[in-house]
Design a protein around this ligand. Sequence first.
Ligand code: ZN
Ligand code: ZN
Length: 179
Amino acid sequence: MIIDISTVKDIKGASIEVELEGPPDPMAIAGVTLKPVTPVHVVAKATSTGHSAILVQGKARAEFTAECHRCLREFVFDVETEFQEQYHKAVHRPSPMSEYEEDEVLTYNGDFVDISKEVNSHLALSLPIQLICSSECKGLCPVCGKDLNDGECACSEEKGDIRLAPLAQLHPSQAKDEF
Ligand SMILES: [Zn+2]
Ligand SMILES: [Zn+2]
């Protein structure tokens, strides 16, 4: 994901808008690997702020598949993020800054700003904390392993699993059976 800034870098205040696509970084949440479905799509604006600095503001979006933490089905989800980063022209100083300072400053070379690393780290920060196919997902029965999204299993009826009691109240048909 590289922005050509040749037309704006020497004019303070000048900006260019771009649409880019690039490969997502491998990502994982709690040991679960996320498989990218689409490239990362970026809409960004690069503005020359003077003193050889370029401000890049934009939005990034990508789609991944992962296994639902509750029902183990594979599902697709979107990750979106907004980002803003400032890049400075890379310079070779005779007496370089300390290593710490060099690490903190994002740089670009020549006419091109490569935003791939920053876009992917912003996406990583926007990942959901828990991978669940839907907030309504009922998960698997802990006894027989049936996917309860497909309907109740025999064991929850027989044993009246306490953990499912709040769900049962939501189902008028089941509540009726108990009278
Ligand atoms: Zn699920
Ligand atoms: Zn069951």
